[in-house]
Each structure stands twice: as structure tokens, then as C-alpha cells.
Design a protein around this ligand. Structure first.
Ligand code: CA
Length: 405
């Protein structure tokens, strides 16, 4: 593996094999700047482009990644190679070292302006579990589930960066005396993996499965906060609405696809066969190992590799009707759940609809989230030559409603 001159980089999940993109402010405010994480530092990309150390047509001097995302794969690869050169070749050290800012001195902000947000439902285990909990006595999967990656359009304006406090939503929920209004009593998480679109498309121009890498820039962690009581009452017949739209947290780092060449694994076989537009010459999923911590207790380790629908199929499906893509569009996998109870990506499943509380390390018991609770989701993937790719974390703390009603 290439040796990096940055202290702590070699052997780190944030060595030169990873180089995720983000945006930051220096502590206490200041302007938004783009950066790349290396070890426990952020390389100031604006500073690097201003000094002509990297040439990206000014895209790295912008406050969000969007202009860079729009450049496309050839430019993404060129810039990444240049960053690797700058961080590994000793002759660049004197010029680049002043552009490294310790992570402890920055606030990480939302790295890209979110275009449209689509959320899928692509884990067979998750869909089956939710079917059992929400629709007992009925078939686990709806008749369409194996024929198309089910999804819905979410609310882009409430996608927030990791660390943003999550205000407990209020809404209608069912009771034996009819619907009542109030703060959600069944606030939950959904551990997901998000895909960030770089290159847009024209209206009426679907993206085939084999063009995935031409349009998708990279991958970020997602926590799709969900109010199960609001959701259960509102979701039929049109799907998720206020039970989901109050907040969706994303990680501060977007890991470029180039970092994930060694993380692709064969995706599960599909039965029955899919329609031609969803077929793939080689079905590939990403071998991300996700960890969910609830108030510091590791409660689950969802495996992403087993997802039934792949990100390439999701992109093909969401554009097959001619819907166009915009730079900054985000689509998320849906809750990632494996076969075992300690592999599920939601607390709905972990506590089986709230009927089987979990015990945290501090001795307390939980079914759903309480005010003050913090959830941290992290992930890693295999990198080249035995290295590890780190995705950072997406974290959020639940706070009570801000206003008295
Ligand atoms: Ca979701």
C-alpha cells in the first residue's frame, strides 16, 4: 500500500485508500469549505485549489460538493489521483501540510445540497419483519416486492448532517378511542446506506443498470428516523409521509465509488427473474459492515451485502419512467437488516414491535427512543491490500418538542 506522510494515516480506516469528501467550517463559525478526510485531519480542498495544487475548474472552491459532483467520473478520478499524489509524495509535504486541519478544530456540515431524496425498501429480511409486525396474518411480502425495488420520494429539505439534534415529531396516532395527537411514542431509527448522484440526466432518459457508475459519485451513511405510531396510522394507501419526513440524518463524509473497488461482492440471486430493465450483467452488492450503537451500547450489526435489490437496480428503477436525475440527488437503500435479531437496522425489529425490550449497558431498558437518547451508526468495508474503508458515523440525539402546545 502507498505510504502516506500524514501522521496516523497508514493503517487507519481513513488512509489514502478512503479519502471521503465532506464540508466543514473552522470551529466557531467561518465559511463553508470542502475537504477530504485523511487520518484525523481534513485536507482543505479550497486551499489546495486556490494554491493550484489541484485543478478542478474552481469546483473545489464552492461551499458544497455539487459543482464537483457534476463534473463526472473522469474528473472525479483525476482529482482523487492528484490528492493521493499530494498526500504520498514527500515533495508535496511542505505545500500541503499547512492545508491539513485537525478534525477536532472543525464543524462538519452537510456536504452537498440535496436534490431529490428517494428511499427504498430493499432488504428482504426487513420487509419480512415489518410485514409480520404491521400486517400479522398476511403474506410477509407484498405481491410486488420481488418484482421491483419498492421506494417513495422523501423530503430533501429535512435531510440533515450527522450531529443535528432530532426533535421528537408530533402527529396523529391510532388509539382504541380513535386518533389522538401528540408527540410520537414510537420513535425509531433506520440504518441505511445512501447513494449520492453526481451526473444528472435529461427528462425522459432512463439510466440502465450498467450506467450506475457514470452517475453515482459515492456512498454515505443514512439514519432515516421514523415515527412508527404516526407511520402505522397514515401509511395506507399512499405510503410514508409525516412519520418519516421530519428528519433524515446523513453522514458528513461521502465515500467515492473509487474507494470501494474491493468492497463489491455478488448480490443474492433473484427469484423470480426480474424484468429486463432490472437485469444486471453481474449482480453486485457492497460489503459494508454496519454497527448501530444506542447510548453507547452496540445493539446491532446489519450486513449490507445481502440486500436483495442492488444500488444499480434502484437507480434503474427510479429513472425507468423517464424521471430525470439532478446533481445532489440522494437515494437510500432502505433499512438494512440481516437474518438474526442482532443484525436488524431498526428498533421496531430489535424489540419486535416494542414487545421485547432491549437492555442497554447502563442497565436501562428500551423499546423505542427516549428523549436524550443518542444513536450512532458507523460502517466499514474492505479496502485494497487488506486495508479498511471507514465511512465515519451518522449520529443524532433525540430532544423533546421545542414548543409547548
Ligand atoms: Ca427508510
Amino acid at each position: 500500500m502507498t505510504t502516506c506522510w500524514v501522521p496516523g494515516a497508514d493503517g487507519s480506516p481513513y488512509g489514502v485508500q478512503t479519502l471521503p469528501y465532506g464540508a466543514f467550517r473552522r470551529g466557531g463559525g467561518g465559511e463553508r469549505r470542502l475537504g477530504v478526510r485523511i487520518a484525523d485531519f481534513v485536507l482543505d480542498l479550497r486551499g489546495a485549489e486556490d494554491a493550484d495544487l489541484i485543478l478542478a475548474g474552481g469546483a473545489l472552491c464552492e461551499p458544497t460538493l455539487n459543482a464537483f459532483l457534476a463534473l463526472g467520473r473522469a474528473q472525479w478520478t483525476t482529482v482523487r489521483r492528484r490528492i493521493v499524489e499530494l498526500l504520498t509524495e514527500p515533495e508535496h509535504r511542505a505545500a500541503v501540510e499547512p492545508l491539513l486541519v485537525p478534525l477536532s478544530e472543525v464543524d462538519l456540515v452537510l456536504p452537498f445540497a440535496v436534490g431529490d431524496y428517494v428511499d427504498f425498501y430493499s432488504s428482504e429480511q426487513h420487509a419480512s419483519n415489518v410485514g409480520q409486525i404491521f400486517r400479522p396474518g398476511q403474506p410477509l411480502l407484498t405481491p410486488n416486492w420481488r418484482h421491483l425495488p419498492i421506494g417513495y420520494h422523501g423530503r430533501a429539505g429535512t435531510v440533515v448532517v450527522s450531529g443535528t439534534p432530532i426533535v421528537r415529531p408530533s402527529g396523529q396516532r391510532r388509539s382504541t378511542d380513535g386518533p389522538v395527537f401528540g408527540p410520537s411514542r414510537r420513535l425509531d431509527i433506520e440504518a441505511e446506506v445512501g447513494f449520492v448522484v453526481g451526473v444528472p440526466t435529461a427528462l425522459g432518459d432512463p439510466v440502465p443498470t450498467d450506467r450506475f457508475a457514470d452517475h453515482v459519485f459515492g456512498v454515505t451513511l443514512v439514519n432515516d428516523w421514523s415515527a412508527r405510531d404516526i407511520q402505522a396510522w397514515e401509511y395506507q394507501p399512499l405510503g410514508p409521509f409525516l412519520g418519516k419526513s421530519f428528519a433524515t440524518s446523513v453522514g458528513p463524509w461521502v465515500v467515492p465509488l473509487e474507494a470501494l473497488d474491493h468492497a463489491w461482492v455478488p448480490a443474492p440471486a433473484q427469484d423470480p427473474p426480474v424484468l429486463p430493465y432490472l437485469a444486471e450483467s453481474s449482480r453486485r452488492g457492497l460489503d459494508l459492515s454496519i454497527v448501530v450503537e444506542w447510548n453507547g451500547t452496540r445493539v446491532s450489526e446489519p450486513p449490507f451485502a445481502g440486500m436483495y435489490w442492488t444500488p444499480a437496480q434502484q437507480l434503474a428503477h427510479l429513472t425507468v419512467n423517464g424521471a430525470s436525475l439532478r446533481t445532489g440527488d440522494l437515494y437510500a437503500s432502505g433499512t438494512v437488516s440481516g437474518a438474526r435479531r442482532d443484525q436488524v437496522g431498526s428498533f421496531l425489529e430489535l424489540t419486535w414491535g416494542g414487545t421485547e425490550p432491549v437492555k442497554l449497558d447502563d442497565g436501562s431498558e428500551r423499546t423505542f427512543l427516549e428523549d436524550g437518547d443518542t444513536v450512532v451508526i458507523t460502517a466499514t468495508a474492505p479496502g485494497p491490500a487488506g486495508t479498511t474503508i471507514g465511512f465515519g458515523e451518522v449520529t443524532g440525539t433525540v430532544v423533546s418538542t421545542l414548543r409547548n402546545r
